[in-house]
Design a protein around this ligand. Structure first.
Ligand code: SF4
Length: 343
């Protein structure tokens, strides 16, 4: 296991080689999902309870300067991909300001965003100008009534947000659709046609038992291997590739530019190639979406930790990264809700 413990060795390598964060299973950690808020203006039933109010206190939120310090440390350890997530990241005020701070960091090569797009209409240009290049939009239905049933919100602002994202220049624009039996499984072909029409990329995601809401949603679990077979009856699917550090396995619709990605944590997990960790709004570093292993960076930051000590703390944390999730055999494992870390 190669970590900063053998600081001497790393110092030498840092001079002329890109530093690397390697976890106990030999996986290189190069991607951080940064949750800038646990708040959201929607209530997707598989993520957050309808009347949920137990959000993190603003005093415990990492400030933009603290976030910048932590991300700087990660980039100096070889983490070059940062994704802004939530809750809904666009409810955090002045997000373009944070995006441009992070985009200016020397080691950061890719700054992306996951959003429900309801607020994107007004913020797309500013985020694009600030350096966010790629965007994923959650969209589980194209039917206003069903969208309201799933999220508690309105569909039209999301469609307006998608148009604004295309106009602003985001490429690619990816649609994240959670596949749910008995909820939206009669819309998969419609969503493929929608993405074909608008030159979006489609990513289909299996439900995960994250929190009670996630476990309830598992009642609608759908094995995406079956969905892929169903789509193959209508579309000629060929192997496809897509830029980005995510876990999706892509196919392409022959004769088109449409890529469809399948994110299958339950039916075919991808933990052996895991390359990411997550930082929540209160500065807690989670080593795995499916486990509770974590390290609280906020107390360290507010107790005057040095930059080198901060990097050492991150390395110590990565040394605790678990091998994989246990969604299948211990679905009760993860108590926290999805809005705390973003997917
Ligand atoms: S469940 Fe954990 S180990 Fe598996 S891919 Fe996700 S973060 Fe990585």
């Amino acid at each position: 296991m190669q970590t900063m413990e053998n600081t001497d060795v790393k110092q030498q390598s840092t001079d002329n080689l890109k530093p690397e964060l390697i976890d106990p299973f030999g996986r290189r950690i190069e991607y951080l999902r940064l949750s800038v808020t646990d708040k959201c203006n929607l209530r997707c039933f598989y993520c957050m309870p309808e009347h949920y109010k137990d959000f993190e206190q603003p005093d415990n939120w990492l400030t933009f300067d603290e976030i910048e310090r932590v991300i700087k440390a990660f980039t100096e350890l070889g983490v070059a991909r940062i994704r802004l997530t939530g809750g809904e990241p666009l409810v955090r005020k002045h997000l373009p300001e944070l995006a441009s701070k992070l985009h200016a960091l020397p080691g950061l090569e890719d700054l992306s965003l996951s959003t429900n797009a309801t607020l994107l209409g007004k913020q797309a240009d500013a985020l694009y100008q600030a350096g966010v290049s790629r965007i994923n939009v959650s969209l589980d239905s194209l039917r206003p009534d069903r969208f309201r049933q799933i999220t508690g919100g309105e569909l039209q602002p999301v469609l307006d947000g998608l148009i604004a994202a295309s106009h602003a220049g985001f490429r690619p624009v990816k649609i994240n659709m959670v596949a749910m039996r008995g909820i939206n499984d009669d819309e998969f072909e419609d969503m493929v046609e929608f993405c074909l029409q608008h030159d979006f990329t489609l990513r289909m995601i299996e439900t995960m038992p994250i929190g009670d809401t996630g476990r309830n949603a598992s009642d609608h679990y759908l094995d995406l291997q079956q969905v892929k077979q169903r789509l193959a009856e209508r579309y000629e699917l060929i192997p496809g590739v897509m830029p980005g550090g995510g876990p999706a396995r892509y196919v392409q619709v022959k004769g088109t530019d449409l890529r469809i990605g399948f994110i299958t944590p339950i039916s075919q997990h991808f933990c052996e190639t895991c390359n990411r960790v997550r930082l929540s709004v209160d500065g807690t570093l989670y080593m795995c979406l499916g486990q509770d292993d974590k390290m609280e960076l906020r107390p360290l930051l507010r107790n005057g930790i040095s930059d080198d000590e901060l990097k050492q703390a991150i390395i110590t944390a990565i040394a605790r990264k678990p091998e994989k999730h246990e969604f299948n055999n211990r679905p009760e494992q993860v108590v926290r809700l999805m809005n705390m870390t973003g997917g």
